[in-house]
Design a protein around this ligand. Sequence first.
Ligand code: GLN
Length: 481
Amino acid sequence: MKDVWNRTLLEHAHALEKREYSSRELTAAFLERIEEKDAMLGAFLSVDREGAMEAAEASDGRRKRGEERGPLDGIPYSLKDNICAKGLPLTCGSRILEDYLSPYDATVTVRLRQAGAVLLGKNNMDEFAMGSATEYSALGVTVNPHDPERVPGGSSGGSAAAVAAGESVFSLGTDTGGSVRQPAAFCGVYGLKPTYGVLSRYGVASMATSLDCVGLLAKSPMDCAVLLDALSGKDPRDATSKEYSREALSYQAHSGLSDLRIALVGNFYETATDAEILDGLREAVRLFGDGGAVIETVRLPLPKQALAAYTVLSSAEASSNLSRYDGVRFGRRSSEAQTLGALYSDSRSEGFGSEVKRRILFGTDMLLDENRSFYYVRAQRVREMVRQEMGDLLKHYDLILTPTTTTPAFKRGDRPTPIELYYADLCTVYANLSGFPALSIPFGKNKEGLPLAVQLTARPMEEGLLLAAARFLEEERHEHF
Ligand code: GLN
């Protein structure tokens, strides 16, 4: 089992099919890799050796009987620790759920089990998915595999680091304001936030319900296509989930770029963006142009307001969603409290970290009678304007091209202020406010060896086009991880 760490999902699927190795051998190799690397990397919060080996053996059995279930059968993967897998820990990176075990599977987990994939364990994350560096996890430190002095991004930092370091073939994360795309960019893997509702949220701990999406972290656009195919589809347990047309999903439907119109966003990041990221963006423009696409520079609406609206709305929704952690129903319970009121407040004071508390307080404040119309309602209005303008833009163009982030991975411990950290989401919140799909595409490295990335956004349900465009860039650049 040499040098299998950089292989894509489809390469593994092919090797399994050709009996180059068994799922048992592959899974054992990944478990060993985690054992070897993760003490330093910190991408995993828990590892399910037994469960993984059992699932791998079952997969090998199916293959022997000629009953294999498709490309995911026997492939080792991991989940961000806010996605339920029955019987395994579900910590959300928080002390308040430190000892909590999932009583059931999320729909996405069920679908991966049905497809025969092998769950290795759960990945570290910012507490309740709030953050951009995984430094707000209460349960461990994750470092960037390209430079241990730097953060992996967040909040799905453990997922991105695991995939980039070859500790897992792919991982599922969640993206409320950029939490799949930003760590994907920092770690040099693909990060897809699908259209809102394409992947079921059932069994996924909520941060901000109207913005939350399950997202994919993988090593190639084709891997993302395989995963979307297996995971999408209406779920009766999530009223916001959508039926999905396989055609739009299929990137094969999009050959050639000659008729493609791409909007390059020219405002909002130019002055603040790292020079090498801008070079990468120009290179992407050149490649798309050579491929026959028409590229024009446009402006995205309301950058400051979009970010502010995201902050108000996500905090307001989070403050409501997190009220369920009350020390009574599940999770940590304070042992000292004498009254019910004290039980609530002590359990929450002890269990939540400072960023989570900050957002609960801020979000609650936004929803107070005297503030609601001034902040919350106005933020909703900005959201509607953003959605309208993005929709209008995508009537004239097929794709919107931006950077994913304005900087490469920053140093650990170099903690910016909370407000500065919120600015890390400048390029990513648009896709969440509008509900549109967006993909972060790894795009080479800078002089220090840190990954760079560009981001594409498409019309709702046009993930196939995003993946086709990414595939074009991949082929043009002969990128290998
Ligand atoms: N950085 C964003 C935040 O902290 C991302 C959140 C997310 O996508 N889960 O709000």
